[in-house]
Design a protein around this ligand. Structure first.
Ligand code: HSE
Length: 429
């Protein structure tokens, strides 16, 4: 049995507590699998007095989180503080510069600074591992980085935010509108007090940019992700989608093509015969399409103390075994700067919903905008029950260039006939 891998833990929230409980509960099994014990030696968090339901007296308490990076008894730092910059980034930089292993669940930091951190890890031959940063307990990083490493990946996509999926599932099941379901999710503790990163698609975009880097060998390019969240989806859209044979899901898609790397997080209509349509509640799921392995589906809990701690400790076990390779599946200098693909070049089908004034000529105006932009309409449904005294018009397009749909919407921008903004949802193909 080798010497213990000694861990300094920064952040004692839900996941930090979960890591301590997991290491306690599965100590013997983990020791046998890792070939050596994994022991927390020091911890740091904002509030020392808070009762976290775990015995912290056996660990050294460090007031200054940054000091964990140079703690004399630690081999590895686990960062569970969060935030793209600030203390988490300082800790990452100093730990990696000092040659310490670094394990993090911080997708925002990796999306913004992943390349720099991977370079630092390589320069000092330290481990940088982040299984918990994408889709919580699902081993999708390991799956892509190792299991699918022999494949060229054409596309990686999935449901990457449990809060949005929980809200959309509940809206569908209960026919209720977004604001009402969000308020309930917050009261139950499923959604953050400030839920904007989740519901506006930013959290999913952080995760997508990490997956894309691993799948395509590109530098993480969060700034190139086109993002739209779920706050403008109505219960009526979900009902309309259901009547057409679809479910509404917030899907992140990354795809490499002749025009570059395309990355988008957007509400989609997912056909009922697609596995993502059956991912409900706060579950996450990721699909990767490899040229030899075919379609892989990873599914499981995307958040929570147990699943996220499972991912963090799996990384620690890899480090304890000495099994860690390049963070993004290839050396940092091999990661290319991706060219951002123009979405206008893509082809697809779309769902468009307009709320309009119920007056003569409105339908003709919308139809004319579609015609002039070259958008072919597959179906059009008008319902007289939208809010604001308007009526709802839902259009499903035939497959065509996305540029044409964008042009039609541009043409209708500011039209006096429209009440509020139209909603565009792509149809997952
Ligand atoms: N807030 C995330 C979600 C979990 O709702 O999926 C952590 O990434």
């Amino acid at each position: 049995m080798g010497d213990a891998l000694r861990v300094a833990l920064a952040g004692l929230g839900t996941v930090g507590g979960g890591v301590i409980r997991l290491l306690d509960a599965n100590r013997d099994l983990i020791t046998r699998r890792a070939g050596r014990p994994i022991e927390i030696v020091a911890v740091s968090a904002r509030d020392r007095t808070k009762d976290r339901g775990v015995d912290l007296s056996r660990f050294a308490w460090v007031d200054d989180t940054a000091a964990l990076a140079s703690h004399p008894d630690a081999d590895v730092v686990v960062e569970l503080i969060g935030g793209s910059d600030g203390p988490a980034l300082t800790l990452a930089r100093t730990a990696l510069d000092a040659g310490r292993g670094f394990v993090t669940a911080n997708k925002a930091m990796l999306a913004h600074h992943g390349l720099e951190l991977a370079q630092k890890a390589e320069a000092s031959n330290a481990a940088l591992k982040f299984e918990a940063a994408v889709a919580g307990g699902i081993p999708v990083i390991k799956g892509l980085r190792e299991g699918a490493a022999a494949n060229a990946i054409a596309r990686v996509y999935g449901i990457l935010n449990g809060t949005c999926n929980f809200i959309l599932s509940k809206m569908e099941a209960e026919g209720r509108d977004f604001a009402e379901v969000l308020a309930e999710a917050q009261a139950l503790g499923y959604a953050e007090a400030d839920p904007s990163f989740d519901i506006d698609g930013v959290d999913a975009a952080h995760k997508l940019s990490i997956l894309a880097a691993i799948a395509f060998g590109t530098q993480p390019a969060f700034g190139d992700v086109a993002i739209a969240g779920v706050r403008h989806v109505l219960a009526a859209d979900i009902a309309q989608a259901a009547s057409l044979g679809y479910r509404v899901r917030l899907v992140g898609v990354a795809e490499e093509g002749p025009h570059g790397l395309f990355q988008r997080v957007h509400p989609h209509l997912v056909p009922l015969d697609h596995p993502l349509a059956h991912v409900t509640g706060s579950t996450n799921a990721v699909v990767a399409e490899g040229n030899f392995v075919g379609r892989l589906l990873f599914q499981g809990a995307g958040a929570g103390d147990g699943p996220t701690a499972s991912a963090v400790v799996a990384d620690l076990i890899d480090i304890a075994r000495g099994e860690y390779g390049a963070s993004f599946a290839m050396p940092a200098h091999e990661l290319t700067a991706a060219t951002k693909a123009d979405s206008g070049e893509r082809r697809g089908r779309a769902y468009l919903r307009f709320t309009v004034q119920d007056k003569v000529g409105v339908l003709a105006e919308i139809a004319a905008a579609m015609r002039d932009a070259g958008v072919s309409i597959e179906s059009l449904i008008q319902r007289g029950e939208a809010a604001d005294g308007g009526v709802m018009i839902a259009i499903v397009t035939h497959e065509g260039p996305e540029r044409a749909v964008a042009q039609a919407l541009e043409r209708l921008r500011g039209s006096q006939s429209l009440v509020g903004q139209p909603l565009l949802m792509h149809i997952l193909g």
